[in-house]
Design a binder for this molecule. Sequence first.
Ligand code: NAP
Length: 427
Amino acid sequence: MKTVKLGIAGLGHVGCGLIELVERQADLRLPGKVEIVGVSARSKNRNRPVDISAYRWFDDAATLAEDPEVDIFVELVGGSDGPAKIAVEAAINAGKHVVTANKALIAMHGQSLEALAQEKDVDLMFEAAVAGGVPIVRVLRDSLTGVAVQRVSGILNGTCNYLTTQMLETGCSYDEVLEEAQRLGYAEADPTLDVSGMDAAHKAAILASIAFTADLDFSKVSVKGVDTVELIDLVLADRLGLRIKLITEGLLTADGVVCRVAPLALPIDHPLARVDGALNTVRVEGDPLSAVTLTGPGAGPGPTASAVMGDISKLFTPTARSPFGRAPHHGTRSFVEAKTAERSAFFFRVKLADRPGALASLTEALAAHNVSVDKLLQESADDSDVSPVAILTHMCSRGDIEDASARVSGLEASVGAPQVIAIDAVT
Ligand SMILES: NC(=O)c1ccc[n+]([C@@H]2O[C@H](COP(=O)([O-])OP(=O)(O)OC[C@H]3O[C@@H](n4cnc5c(N)ncnc54)[C@H](OP(=O)(O)O)[C@@H]3O)[C@@H](O)[C@H]2O)c1
């Protein structure tokens, strides 16, 4: 029976989850035996849920990566630069295969790491970096090579999905739900990377790069988070038959690959509309597949470690395949920014002072920018005489709705900035 020997750097949630899995590998279906040669983290004496005393300790992750006994270096430290990048480069340079769960590293440096891995004839695998336990990276890279992919969309940040789901279910504000999520461990103490959309953007960019054989250029990815979504948006959208969720998208256009993350309003019968709570989901649309959707736990020590172990399992038979599934005869595409001429219907919400003519001034401002109203819902005014109004527009350009929004913002009756959220009509 073949044995592969691991060096594991990072003994946090995922690192300890992986050690637990290694220790009960008899329950798994691995092609051979997995052994841990050594481990590394910041602090040797920290209390951990697993006993690491049987493994060689390394203060420096890069030294572990280069250790002659190590076959596969497993990077579970995190961060796009610093120790994770240094150690992964050291491992590849030393001819070791690398498995990582680090989406920030792959989104920012995946291209150069791919080149290095190909030069050194080793595998670089990152199934766990996207959607945790949902097996999408290798499915997209290997199983769906017979599909001309047109779009990869998804819900790739469980924290954001939990927040929007809970706000609607409980009627609590964004801040209240975030505080509760932090208490329950669904959100980090510093939730910025999640709620800003950046974490989901890293994952979306990786998927788009694989799906479209595109050079991963993270600077072209447009990122908007859930931190601007208010309870009233979710409530009014719900009454209009829409669910607002943080959606990632990679789209093949005539100009190149558009990749973005933003709250979208989904009709209730949309395939992603009912994926609630901390779940992740990815939907791949293409020819001749139509669409396939994978849903499951996008984070957590167990699910994420299982994805890492899946990669390790593949490395019993290394292929030195391009991490992004590219081959020299594939055309390469570029990431491009979305055009403002792009057309969509929009959910538009504004708060108006409750006075005569306010609604008329709103519809006039929209009409001045070619935005016409499909449906309109006005709430009764609150104690401060402010009345929220939600509008579903007919199809219009993003540029026009943004200009209209700026104009509405300047109206005397308008209170605060309007909310503009595109409606995703795909079903
Ligand atoms: N958590 C999830 O559900 C999840 C899901 C998908 C992907 N990921 C990715 O998996 C990776 C690890 O996440 P995590 O949640 O396990 O993180 P974590 O709990 O914060 O653990 C990070 C580990 O890295 C160690 N570390 C920090 N600086 C180091 C350094 N300079 N040298 C060596 N080790 C260092 C820490 O050491 P100490 O323990 O000594 O402080 C800790 O053990 C990240 O890339 C993350 O994005 C996580």
